[in-house]
Design a protein around this ligand. Structure first.
Ligand code: ADP
Ligand code: ADP
Ligand code: MG
Length: 453
């Protein structure tokens, strides 16, 4: 057993608060880090200690491994929790933690390297017997046309180090392939500091289905019920729900088995998510592994009753999981998460900044809000536009939709624009209500008169 008495959270915003809350319940001290642009952030007030790690630009602070490690050493933290985004899937960072005698709350550097690199992960999935999207074996460096023709157009170009929907391009037209590859490489280089790309067959109108799993150092693996994240804009999730209206118990078992096999074959220790595409025929394809906590993890917590951050910490301490597969199988009800962004959805989702003049949150049964925003808070321009996650639980999907609508009505924000109105439109659309949606649903719906009026 490794003792963890103090944890530094290498992140900001809602996820920093999320982690601090569990630490406090476990009697573990928390240390916040913040940039100069985040001096008024809530995570500083909620943590036991706080250390400034640099200027507002993430490159100079939240992405600066050396600064975070030296902060962790100076406050004598036993462990670092990376949250999501930033350094959470950076193998070098996790190695640097270990070198300094600090536990990285997440999988080993090797696991991150193998599974976090999207092209390498495909070959590991293939070896584990998990069906993968047709595509290239590893990255493509030359002979783009030959590789693309083997797959067949339309082809999807993806960044090997990608995330958050960035570095993805669809090519329908052969003549555009070379140009699009160059664009994708540049975009990936700028966003991830790694210009490697690979190709996948573009699957028409799939659903995005993913399996959250936990695996401890004793080899116990638990795979939760699927999350459906098909409501996306620019390959970025906007609404997530669990269970999926498109998955029956047989398919669920298959998806869970695929994810668990992958975790076992990589001897993975920690929490992770395997993402799949599900096509109209009920066939599914491996897409990627996220070797970290995900934004949408609360919907799984709502239907299972598990605290995923607590399990992550227990695994990092070398303890056994407190949850069994049977517990995960006995999930209850339905949960929906709404990512509330500071964006003007009526104006092409333009980012909105400024002072939050009014901030009144919904409450009552089945409502959870994870947010770092408060009345009077000045939204910094440097970071992600997500300002809150509105998470709903209800006994079934229809009731969860009704409760979501009620909560959105109760949610009062002044001073900045939010995407709450777009969520309401989506919830009221007959297609979303029917559950018959795919990853192109939102784009099509946004172009309709119903959305624009
Ligand atoms: P999830 O898979 O948890 O839904 P997202 O893909 O929405 O996560 O990403 C969560 C956050 O992390 C977003 O702010 C996104 O921009 C950021 N992010 C995800 N992957 C990367 C990456 N490889 N590099 C940098 N930021 C990333
Ligand atoms: P990221 O690392 O940015 O999350 P993913 O590989 O998970 O990238 O893909 C993000 C989204 O892009 C998916 O949720 C899906 O909507 C879409 N997508 C990815 N690969 C394909 C594909 N081969 N065919 C169709 N859509 C895809
Ligand atoms: Mg993804």
């Amino acid at each position: 057993m490794k003792e963890i008495r103090k944890v530094l959270i290498a992140n900001r915003g809602e996820i920093a608060l999320r982690v601090i809350r569990t630490l406090r319940e476990m009697g573990i001290k928390s240390v916040a880090v913040y940039s100069e642009g985040d001096k008024n952030s809530l995570h500083i007030r909620l943590a036991d200690e706080a250390v400034c790690i640099g200027p507002a630009q993430a490159k100079e602070s939240y992405l600066k491994s050396e600064n975070i490690i030296s902060a962790a050493v100076s406050v004598k933290a036993d462990a670092v929790h990376p949250g999501y985004g930033f350094l959470s899937e950076n193998a070098e960072f996790s190695k640097a933690c270990h070198k300094n005698g600090i536990i990285f709350i997440g999988p080993s550097a090797d696991s991150i390297k193998l599974l976090g690199h999207k092209a390498t992960a495909r070959s590991i999935a293939k070896k584990a017997g998990v069906p993968i999207t047709p595509g290239t074996d590893g990255c493509v460096e030359k002979e783009y046309m030959k590789e693309a023709e083997k797959i067949g157009f339309p082809v999807m170009i993806k960044a090997a180090a990608g995330g958050g929907g960035r570095g993805i391009r669809i090519v329908y037209d052969k003549d555009k392939l070379l140009h699009e590859c160059e664009m994708a490489k540049n975009e990936a280089m700028a966003a991830f500091g790694n210009g490697e790309i690979y190709f996948e067959k573009f699957i028409e109108k799939p659903r995005h289905i993913e399996i959250q799993f936990l695996r401890d150092s004793f080899g116990n693996t638990v795979a939760f019920a699927e999350r459906d994240c098909s409501v996306q804009r620019r390959n970025q999730k906007l609404i997530e729900e669990t269970p999926s209206p498109a998955v029956n118990p047989q398919l669920r078992k298959k998806l869970q088995k695929a994810a668990a096999n992958l975790a076992d074959s990589a001897d993975y220790h920690g929490a992770g998510t395997v993402e799949f595409l599900l096509d109209k025929n009920g066939d599914f394809y491996f897409m990627e592994v996220n070797t970290r906590l995900q934004v949408e993890h609360p919907v799984t917590e709502f239907i299972s009753g598990a605290d995923l951050v607590r399990q992550q910490i227990l695994i990092a301490m070398g303890e056994k999981l407190e949850i069994s597969q049977q517990d995960a199988d006995n999930f209850k009800g339905h949960s929906i998460e709404h990512r509330v962004n500071a964006e003007d959805w009526k104006n092409n989702f333009m980012p909105s900044t400024g002072k939050v003049k009014e901030w009144i949150l919904p409450g009552g049964p089945g409502i959870r809000i994870d947010s770092h925003v408060y009345q009077g808070y000045d939204l910094p321009v440097y970071y992600d536009s997500m300002i809150a996650k509105l998470i709903i639980w209800a006994p079934d999907r229809n009731k969860a939709i009704a409760r979501s609508l009620r909560a959105i009505e109760d949610f009062k924000v002044e001073g900045i624009k939010t995407t709450l109105g777009a969520h309401e439109k989506i919830l009221r659309s007959p297609q979303f209500m029917s559950g018959d949606i795919d990853t192109k649903f939102l784009e099509n719906f946004m172009a309709s008169d119903e959305f624009k009026k």
